[in-house]
Design a protein around this ligand. Structure first.
Ligand code: NAD
Length: 484
């Protein structure tokens, strides 16, 4: 299939202003299967102008929360109707099995849209008692207003779900948006924009400009009429975005990477912990921000647990994700393939024990074997850096204090999992780890009502939940003089 994808601006498909395009490459076959528009600053300008028109003078501005909520419900229904289409778009773009997005990403997107429909009507202000104004009584109250035009910058690993986390919340708040999907995975964002048009969102509320981060992404961050940048991606890009947008005093929300610990105590439910750790390592080929790639195991069970995890890694069937029985496809792109292999070699060179997998040299397609290292320490590159591939590093600890210290000895702080049957210990460790989300005896649950985000290098701000929608509002205070 040859795809020719364009921007979606003010309800219409638009070529790049200079006609340039980006090739889309299939990670299974390494063949070019289509292209998308390579956006320019001029394209961004056009999209922001369309979004701003709707925000300031358009039909969108006239809608109240309940009306925005109704549109969100319609969009949720359409996304649900197109579950298979959207799952296929995301899966094929990165060589993932469509079963995962069908079961997780699309239902999660639908749930977010439905939850946001409820939030749209609940963005309330406050009345605030004051001492009055030079002896005259006053009434002071606040209202929640949309923050403005949002630039939503999205990565390639779960394109639809992450786009919707931003979109649902900002639409609930009454904002308008220019979405910049990853240059590798623009398909589902464009389909979503078409569904929004079908749902009845006014043209210009949702715009999509495809292209590179250094071009489209940067132009959004520098644009004077973009009020907020909501970014999900790497810390390197996040740092640059904060610098650029910060100079212009834009709101910036950053959802960055992770090196999340899974802490397995010797009283853990062994088989559940094993399944949970394998899921946390191998879901989406390990290309998950919350991947539980640092597996901290208490000494008494460490050897047995590492061996069982290696066995689970060897049992994963790797291949074309469209073939029956295949559980893991290739990683998404050549740069990612090279990166993962480089880290596997580093793990070997730095002295960790390779229990399963290893450097991969497939004939065709960016396939990486699920890899498990044991006898590692927390100073090794494979324990410190986000690899973003199916590579797990097992580190042994003796005491609870040591486990917490190891968990916190990371520049990242996105998520952590605690595996134990000791209730008091579960709560103690959950309180002590410096991360944005903790799972006890479960890996990284995602729910539309739960906040999501990290601390330290994992980011700033939270998406999800009611607070996620509030983050797209400004609080304005109004004071009325009440002379008697
Ligand atoms: P990336 O930072 O390379 O790109 C992410 C997006 O930002 C893309 O759309 C890209 O084009 C754009 N971009 C890149 N440089 C930019 C710049 N200077 N200015 C503006 N935009 C720019 O990341 P990626 O490789 O697409 O995704 C992988 C990263 O995303 C990993 O670090 C992963 O952990 C992180 N991630 C985090 C979460 C989370 O919720 N915390 C979720 C998914 C992925």
């Amino acid at each position: 299939m040859t795809e020719h994808l364009n921007h979606f601006i003010a309800g219409t498909g638009v070529e790049a202003s200079d006609g340039r395009r980006i090739a889309l490459v299939n990670p299974v076959t390494e063949q070019v299967y289509g292209s998308c528009a390579r956006g320019t600053a001029e394209d961004v300008d056009r999209a922001v102008a369309a979004a701003q028109r709707q925000l300031e003078h358009g039909a969108w501005r006239q809608l109240d929360g309940a009306q925005r909520g109704r549109l969100l419900v319609k969009l949720a229904d359409l996304v649900e109707r197109d579950t298979d289409v959207l799952a296929d778009l995301d899966a094929d773009a990165i060589g993932r099995s469509p079963l995962e997005p069908r079961r997780l990403d699309v239902p999660n997107a639908v749930a977010n849209l439905r939850a946001a429909a409820g939030w749209a009507n609940q963005l309330e202000g406050r009345t605030i008692p004051t001492g009055g104004y030079f002896g005259t009584k006053t009434l002071s109250y606040t209202v929640r207003e949309p923050v403005g035009v949002v630039g939503a910058i999205v990565p390639w690993n779960s394109p639809l779900m992450i786009t919707v986390w931003k979109l649902a919340a900002l639409l609930a708040a009454g904002c308008t948006v220019v979405i910049k999907p990853s240059e590798e995975t623009p398909q589902s964002a464009l389909h979503l924009a078409a569904l929004a048009q079908e749902a009845g969102f006014p043209d210009g509320v949702i715009n999509v400009v495809t292209g590179y981060g250094a071009e489209v992404g940067r132009a959004l961050c520098e644009h004077p009429h973009v009020a907020k940048i909501s970014f999900t991606g790497s810390p390197e890009a996040g740092r640059e975005i904060q610098r650029t947008a910060g100079v212009l005093f834009k709101h910036v929300a950053l959802e960055l990477g992770g090196k999340s610990p899974q802490i397995v105590f010797d009283d853990a439910p062994f088989d559940d912990a094993l399944r949970g750790c394998a899921l946390g390592l191998f879901a989406n080929q390990g290309q998950v921000c919350a991947a539980g790639s640092r597996i901290l195991v208490q000494r008494g069970i460490a050897e047995r647990f590492a061996a069982a995890l290696a066995e689970a890694a060897r049992a994963v069937k790797v291949g074309d994700p469209r073939e029956p029985g295949v559980q893991m496809g290739p990683v998404a792109k050549k740069a990612q393939f090279d990166r993962v292999n480089r880290y596997i070699q580093l793990g070997i060179d730095q002295g960790a024990t390779l229990l399963a997998g290893g450097v991969s040299t497939p004939e065709r397609g960016w396939f990486v074997r699920p890899t498990i290292f044991a006898n590692a320490n927390n100073e090794m590159a494979i324990a410190r850096d986000e690899i973003f591939g199916p590579v797990g590093t097992v580190i042994t600890f003796d005491s609870e204090d040591e486990a917490v210290a190891l968990a916190n000895d990371s520049t990242y702080g996105l998520a952590a999992t605690v595996w134990t049957t000791d209730l008091a210990r579960a709560h103690r460790v959950a309180a002590a780890v410096k991360v944005g989300a903790v799972g006890v005896n479960c890996w990284s649950p995602l729910d539309a009502n739960l906040p999501w985000g990290g601390v330290k290098t994992s980011g700033i701000g939270r998406e999800g939940g009611f607070g996620g929608a509030m983050a797209y509002t400004e609080e304005k205070v109004i004071t009325v003089l009440l002379p008697t």
